[in-house]
Design a protein around this ligand. Structure first.
Ligand code: MV4
Length: 505
């Protein structure tokens, strides 16, 4: 086993990786940029090395600086976390060439899955279902029209080098194809430096369901079931669950087998995720593979009891997977909310600044993966996620109830967060019934806006004034130090008005 690991990341994931190191008796080495001199991960590690100025391009994305730091510290391995350098084949190769172990898949696996049409071909060859469409990038507009006529409209054009929603275009008829093909190509070129696009049948209102896989260097590959990730806003996940409420053991086994076949085809070792779209008829289609540890991994850990980071590190050290497929069990239900320093009342505008007060929830079934502390200033250079709050329950309803309890306990002062928004989603009946797909958040926000407009009458204003007054009284009694501009969140207000209205009836 390694004695020392360098963690090439920051924030909550760096803290998560440090914890895994501690559990394994490994010394964690942190790296930090100018903006992160005082960051939590720097304080928790055994040693920390400066890697450059605040902009990520000059620090957390500067592979050579990170490899230098690893050499200086004597770390035998580098864990890239997620984002930053985690899916750069070139970085994985440079690490290996420097005689350091990259804790992740091979550069070849990363490269194969990074090209979305190659990934489709690999999945097809492995015998997994892919979205109907072409397996090659489109040569020209005529080719796009030809495939679209075969598979039928609507279709979707996607960037071959893409992923994550950039350079995507829905085309609903032959008339729209010309303009859409030009636009998708131009967008792909500007976003990825590669204009090539491919075509797929457009799946209406799909669910986004992903399968967690784990492999080792002895060709063992297992799956740990699915995560439901349909609750997204602008291609950013906000709530994830394990298991998916609509799923059953048969579909889980079939999706799991498909995922394992794809991972095997990529000669995958390490933790990885196979993304699928699931349509209303419960058909599933391979979408893409993420060759890294994912943000939402804790919900799988809570339900399966498998420590994914521990396994990743063990496998990188040349050990065999500790679990066999037949021993994987799923117990209960877990849900995760990504708590962001964003203002849900201002269209999720980032809200960086000093955290003047922090009280983190705990108690039965609660796990908070945080990356901040009271008194620290959230920098504006990076993703403003401050923690991932996950809860477990024996049923989905219990996990959700515990999430509401935990969100209610959370106290974060000095900055705006997405907590009130989560409380309002968790109170939504469609969410409670599990009626979710990739369009859920957009529809939810529209419904909330419609409600807010309808609530604009006198009744609502009086009610709002009363609840605001009660709130101020409560606050002064509790003597909590409220942030300066402590207007009540629109979401909190909507919840209180709703409960007043319910009480009237
Ligand atoms: C699709 C699709 C419908 N049909 N492909 C968006 C991100 C990228 N990874 C794939 N995406 C989609 N691909 C076909 N053929 C709908 C989406 C999609 C989506 C997928 C997952 C999660 C959220 C989404 C939101 C909008 C569209």
């Amino acid at each position: 086993m390694f004695r020392k690991i360098l963690i090439a990341n920051r924030g909550e994931i760096a803290v998560r990786l440090i914890r895994a190191c501690r559990d394994l008796g490994i010394a964690p080495v942190a790296v930090y940029s100018e903006a992160d001199r005082q960051a939590l991960h720097v304080r928790l590690a055994d040693e920390a090395h400066f890697i450059g100025p605040s902009p990520a391009a000059q620090s957390y994305l500067a592979g050579a600086n990170i490899i230098d730091a690893a050499r200086r510290s004597g770390a035998e391995a580098i864990h890239p976390g997620y984002g930053f350098l985690s899916e750069r084949a070139h970085f994985a190769r440079s690490v290996t060439d420097a005689g350091i172990k990259f804790i992740g898949p091979s550069p070849e696996s990363i490269e194969l899955m990074g090209d979305k049409t190659n990934a489709r071909v690999a999945a097809l060859k492995a015998g997994a279902p892919i979205v109907p469409g072409a397996t090659e990038p489109l040569a020209d507009e005529a080719a796009a029209r030809k495939v679209a006529a075969e598979i039928g409209y609507p279709v979707m054009l996607k960037a071959s080098a893409g992923g994550g929603g950039k350079g995507m275009r829905v085309v609903r008829s032959a008339e729209e194809m010309g303009a859409a093909f030009q636009m998708a190509g131009a967008e792909a070129m500007s976003a990825f430096g590669d204009p090539s696009v491919y075509i797929e049948k457009f799946i209406e209102r799909p669910r986004h369901v992903e399968i967690q896989v784990l492999g080792d260097e002895y060709a063992n590959v297992i799956h740990l079931g699915e995560r439901e990730c349909s609750i997204q806003r602008r291609h950013q996940k906000v709530i994830e669950e394990c298991p998916a409420s609509f799923n059953d053991p048969d579909l889980r086994a079939r999706m799991g087998e498909a995922a394992v076949k794809i991972a095997r085809a990529a000669r995958y070792y390490s933790a990885g995720t196979i993304e699928f779209l699931v349509d209303a008829q419960r058909n599933f289609y391979f979408l893409e593979m993420n060759t890294r540890l994912q943000v939402e991994h804790p919900v799988t850990e809570m339900v399966t009891g498998v420590d994914l980071v521990r396994e990743q590190i063990r496998v990188a050290a040349g050990e065999k997977l500790a679990i066999k497929q037949k021993d994987v069990r799923w117990k209960g239900s877990a849900i995760e909310c990504r708590v962001y320093a964003e203002d849900p009342d201002r269209n999720f505008l980032p809200s960086p600044g000093r955290i003047t007060r922090l009280r983190v929830p705990s108690g039965p079934g609660v796990r908070d993966d945080g990356g901040v502390y009271e008194g620290w200033e959230v920098p504006l250079f990076y993703d403003p996620m401050i923690s991932k709050l996950a809860t477990w329950g024996s049923t989905r309803a219990e996990a959700v109830a515990r999430m509401k309890r935990a969100l209610g306990e959370y106290q974060i002062g000095g900055i705006r967060t997405t907590i009130p928004f989560f409380l309002s989603v968790l109170d939504d009946e469609e969410f409670a019934r599990g009626e979710i797909d990739t369009g859920y958040i957009a529809r939810f926000l529209e419904r909330q806006n419609a409600k807010a407009a309808a609530n604009d009458g006198d009744d609502a204003r009086i009610a709002a004034a009363i609840v605001a007054a009660i709130d101020i009284t409560k606050r002064s009694k509790a003597n909590t130090s409220a942030a300066p501009a402590e207007r009540m969140s629109k979401w909190k207000m909507a919840g209180r008005i709703a409960s007043l209205n319910n009480r009237k009836r």
